[in-house]
Design a binder for this molecule. Structure first.
Ligand code: KG4
Ligand code: ZN
Length: 335
């Protein structure tokens, strides 16, 4: 079964064709990230405008790379929530037009479910149930993936998402957007024990909080500036990365231990972080659990993950009508 996946919830305009939820036939990503970097973060209006400009050529390339036409598809899947609403609506509107004109079923996909589905594209034998940390620019969830379309949230951030914390700390340190890769890069030559950063207290056993951590970095930088002392960007980047990654890894491993999960997974943009991957590798080995990580190229937003999840939503009987609306927020365990 061939599914086209369309993604436009943030600054990537992406389209891909995936076979049976597992095999990528084509995968095309256009991005406005370089332009967003000029402003230090995503400007929603710019994102929407670029999606509108890019989407037609992006989808066309997904077809031409696959040497397929819309008539060959079995379904059109599209991210309908959560995301920047103007951005989401570009993809949703395009997908509706395509599904209608080609007379194909339309499937709405939750963006975070899509991030989890990137794991199916990387590990052909991976099947639910498993425990997954989904960490992106807008969300940080510890989720029990009970089935392909059934989820139970065990914990979440009570304030900033992990990716958002990376982005804000990068900005404080004068590093470019997106912050995750630039902090990770600066951290390579830094000492992770140079600055003592707090472990924020948070209610809820599997919840996380990053706002205090971000503020601690900001305060350290401001105090150093006031005293006229230099701050080491590599040392601060490494200290921050070590702290946030160990909080994320510890929470996921704790949840794995408590629930007896045999398979633990990581997904979302932050899943590209090398230190986080290494910490989870060590922890999973100690627990005797299998660890599955998405291919680095599939951690960030892409159409293939939406097509993969679209396949499983379709199999579960989920179809959208031409009245499908975009939503800025929606829980991952929506029914
Ligand atoms: O999933 P994603 O591509 O978009 C959203 O759904 O938000 O995640 C983007 C987030 C950004 O905050 C970015 O800084 C972060 O993922 N990110 C990383 C890395 N690569 C991207 N964070 C830490 N380390 C990385 N290597
Ligand atoms: Zn995402």
């Amino acid at each position: 079964m061939l599914v086209l996946g369309i993604e436009s919830s943030c600054d990537e305009t992406a389209a891909a064709i995936v076979e049976d939820g597992r095999t990528i036939v084509s995968n095309v990503i256009s991005t406005s990230v370089a332009e967003q970097a000029l402003y230090g973060g995503v400007v929603p209006e710019i994102a929407s405008r670029r999606h509108a400009e890019f989407i037609s050529a992006t989808v066309q390339k997904a077809f031409s790379d696959a040497q397929l036409t819309p008539a060959d598809l079995d379904a059109v899947a599209v991210t309908f929530a959560p995301g920047l609403i103007g951005a989401v609506l570009v993809g949703v509107s395009f997908a509706k037009g395509l599904a209608y004109s080609a007379n194909k079923p339309l499937v709405g996909v939750h963006h975070l479910r899509g991030h989890i589905a990137a794991l199916y594209l990387t590990h052909p034998d991976l099947k639910p149930p498993f425990l997954c940390l989904v960490a992106s620019g807008g969300h940080s969830h510890i989720v029990q993936v009970e089935d392909y379309t059934r989820f139970h949230v065990l914990g979440r951030t009570v304030d900033d998402a992990a990716g958002e914390a990376f982005d804000k700390v990068a900005r404080t340190l004068g590093l470019p957007y997106p912050g995750g890769p630039s902090v990770a890069n600066a951290a390579k030559t830094g000492n992770p024990h140079a600055y003592r950063l707090p472990v924020p207290h948070v209610e809820g056993k599997y919840n996380v909080s990053f706002s205090g951590l971000k503020t601690a970095v900001l305060n350290a930088v401001n105090q150093a500036q006031m005293k006229g002392e230099p701050i080491s960007v590599p040392d601060m980047a490494a200290s921050f990365q070590e702290r946030i990654d160990s909080i994320l890894a510890d929470k996921l491993l704790l949840a794995a231990q408590d629930t007896g999960a045999k398979t633990i997974c990581l997904a979302g943009g932050v899943a590209a972080n090398g230190r986080l991957r290494a910490l989870l590798n060590e922890g999973a080995q100690k627990l005797g659990a299998r660890l599955c990580l998405p291919r680095t190229a599939l951690c960030g937003d892409n159409g293939a993950m939406i097509a993969a999840q679209g396949y499983y939503e379709y199999q579960a009987g989920n179809r959208a009508g031409l009245d499908l609306n975009g939503l800025p927020t929606l829980p991952i365990d929506y029914q």
